[in-house]
Design a protein around this ligand. Structure first.
Ligand code: CMX
Ligand code: CO
Length: 142
C-alpha cells in the first residue's frame, strides 16, 4: 500500500546553487547527500516532514553525473524542474507487482538501490499520464 509522498525529484544543473536556494528561501537544510552512480546522479535530500507511518517526506535535488543519464537527458530536453514523484510503501516488491498486473510498465525487474539504502523502482511516465513515478521502500521500513 502506498502510504505517503516519499519525495519529489527536482532536476537541476548545479546542485550546490540549488541547495543554497532552498536553504536561503525556505530554510530547508540538507538531510543527506550521496552520489548514485547507477542512477547517474549527485543528490541532496531535504527533509520536509515526518509522516504517520514513521517515514519522512523529502525534496530530492538531482544533478546528473553524466550526460547520458536519465536526469542528464531530461535536463538537456526540458531544462530544470520537477522530474518525478515518489510514493512511499513498506512493500515495493508487492506494490510494483500489483501495479504491473494493471498494465503499467514497471522499469526494473527487481528494485534497485536508492537514497539512504532505500529500494526503488520506477513506472513509465507514458503509462502514468506523463508523470515519471517512483516507488520507494525506505531502509527504515525493511
Ligand atoms: N517525466 C515525464 N516524461 C518523461 C520523463 C519524465 N521525467 N522522462 C522522459 N519522459 C518522456 C519523454 O518526454 C519522452 O516522451 P516523447 O516520446 O513524447 O518525447 C519519453 O518519455 C521517452 O523519453 P526519452 O527522453 O527518450 O528517455 P528514455 O526513454 O531513454 O528514458 C525513462 C525515459 C523514464 C525510461 C528514464 O528516464 C528512466 O529510466 N527513468 C528512471 C530512472 C531515473 O529517472 N533515475 C533518476 C532519478 C534517481 C532517483 O530518483 O533516485
Ligand atoms: Co527519486
Amino acid at each position: 500500500m502506498l502510504t505517503r509522498i516519499d519525495h519529489i525529484g527536482i532536476a537541476c544543473f548545479d546542485l550546490d546553487k540549488t541547495v543554497e536556494f532552498y536553504r536561503a528561501t525556505y530554510g530547508f537544510e540538507v538531510f543527506h547527500t550521496e552520489v548514485n552512480e547507477e542512477q547517474g546522479v549527485r543528490e541532496a535530500m531535504l527533509r520536509i516532514n515526518g509522516t504517520d507511518d514513521g517515514g519522512s517526506s523529502y525534496l530530492q535535488l538531482l544533478e546528473p553525473t553524466r550526460e547520458d543519464s536519465a536526469v542528464g537527458k531530461w535536463l538537456a530536453k526540458n531544462g530544470q524542474g520537477v522530474h518525478h514523484i515518489a510514493f512511499g510503501t513498506a512493500d515495493v516488491d508487492g506494490d510494483a507487482a500489483a501495479i504491473r498486473d494493471k498494465g503499467v510498465r514497471v522499469l526494473y525487474d527487481e528494485p534497485r538501490t536508492g537514497s539512504m539504502g532505500s529500494r526503488i523502482t520506477f513506472l513509465h511516465p507514458k503509462d502514468c499520464h506523463g508523470v515519471l513515478t517512483e516507488l520507494v521502500t525506505s531502509a527504515a521500513a525493511r
